[in-house]
Write a protein that binds this ligand. Structure first.
Ligand SMILES: Nc1ncnc2c1ncn2[C@@H]1O[C@H](COP(=O)(O)OP(=O)(O)OP(=O)(O)O)[C@@H](O)[C@H]1O
Length: 388
């Protein structure tokens, strides 16, 4: 196998990305799906292509695979221009949601099928097969037909087939979406640990942010064929570049509020200077604090509560009648209809331009005085029982 065991550890030494797209565009008839995209995918890690349905994730993966060809632009793999190359000449393997197994072939035959086509010597085939069976925990099942396997086992056969190919680049298109929730979790873990042990570069398409955030080294969040943000999962969570990223990532996602009804104490530059106009203010549901109605807090009405086990969701109506969700760690004994005061530590606030939605890096706290706002400390919040 030509998997370099140290590929992952030395990824940072490779200046050439595993995949480089330059000004790649793709339309279907009148519909522009990818409108001219530049993307570098680092070597030796798992990169998730994430985004809402129809944003172009699969199209992008198929362009990398060579299953589709761009209308313009170039695709490079390992520094080689493969824009015109067929899939078989791109040195990659693929794993699909549908497994794509041959029903009449056994597990073992399915796994080595591609190697036979490549006329690999029998001894080498057998060696790779045994290693892949071991790595995917399929030993003992090699004579079964796909119909005699569970969904998770079928997907492991597809993974084994990708491992025996010996290619260090693997493209995966929603590989877990046919599995039930519990299996998804365990196969997800298997894929990640295989990718790390073999030092493979995996490009992984998913619309499921928990999969992307939980597995990936790098997340590429797509919005209508454009890169909304690319970075480590924590970067997307903590520093969303715009309101699209802020409201796509997180369950529930970041809540957006209008500065028009937000008290001055919660706005940036509370030292008397102005913020320079209206703002969109983003706060994650776990950072929203509820207390009684008081100066410096936003008056809200509790509309609905949802039990979530360790926590609860409070659905709150804002002064402009829009609704947001707060995650309340220890339950909230206030009844629907209760009038409450909403606040947050300003260090947890994100600011966005109201027109473009672009992130604005404004100072969180204007003065020491602002930091001393008593209601921005947890202690000031009376026990929620008092609001019942
Ligand atoms: N072969 C095709 N012919 C015409 N339109 C296509 C074709 N393939 C994709 N599209 C269109 O291109 C857009 C992007 O599709 P794509 O499958 O890349 O999205 P996606 O982000 O993977 O979505 P999903 O998460 O729903 O699979 C969609 O509007 C889709 O209808």
């Amino acid at each position: 196998m030509n998997h370099a065991p140290l590929a992952h550890a030395t990824a940072h030494l490779h200046p050439t990305p595993a995949i480089r797209l330059r000004q790649v565009s793709k339309s279907w008839g009148e519909q522009v799906v990818i409108p001219g995209l530049d993307l570098d995918i680092p070597r030796g890690g798992l990169t998730a292509l994430l985004g809402p349905s129809g944003c172009g994730k699969s199209t992008l993966l198929r362009l990398i695979a060579g299953l589709e060809h761009p209308d313009s632009g170039s695709v490079e793999i390992d520094g080689h221009d493969v824009t015109a190359a067929p899939p078989a000449q791109r040195g990659l393997s693929m794993v699909f949601q549908s497994y794509a197994l041959f029903p009449h072939l056994s597990v073992a035959e399915n796994i080595v099928f591609g190697l036979k086509v490549r006329s690999l010597a029998r001894g080498e085939r057998e060696h790779r097969l045994q290693e892949a069976l071991r790595l995917t925990n399929l030993a003992g099942l090699e004579q079964r037909k796909p119909a005699q396997l569970s969904g998770g086992q079928r997907q492991r056969v597809a993974l084994a087939r990708s491992i025996v190919s010996g290619h260090s680049l693997c493209l995966m298109d929603e590989p877990l979406s046919n599995l039930d929730a519990k299996l998804r979790h365990s196969v997800r873990h298997e894929i990640r640990s295989l990718q790390q042990r073999l030092g493979m570069t995996v490009v992984y398409v998913t619309h499921d942010q928990t999969e992307a955030l939980g597995m990936a080294d790098t997340v590429v969040l797509l919005d209508q064929g454009r890169i909304a943000q690319q970075g480590a999962p924590a970067e997307l969570y903590n520093q969303p570049r715009n309101t699209f990223c802020a409201t796509f990532i997180g369950t529930p996602p970041m809540m957006l509020l209008d500065s028009s009804y937000v008290p001055a104490e919660l706005l940036p530059h509370h030292d008397g200077s102005t913020t320079g106009g209206p703002l969109r203010i983003g706060v994650r549901p776990e950072h929203l604090l509820l207390g009684d109605v008081a100066a410096g807090r936003i008056p809200v009405i509790l509309r609905h509560r949802e039990f979530q086990g360790a926590e609860a969701y409070a659905y709150l109506e804002l002064p402009d009648a829009s609704q947001i969700i707060a995650r309340i760690a220890h339950g909230l004994p206030a009844l629907p209809g209760a009038r409450l005061g909403l606040s947050w530590h300003t260090v947890h606030a994100h600011y966005f331009a109201p027109d473009s939605g672009r992130r604005l890096d404004l100072p969180h706290t204007g003065t020491a005085d602002h930091q001393a706002q008593p209601h921005t400390t947890q202690d000031d919040f009376r026990p929620v029982a008092q609001y019942a």
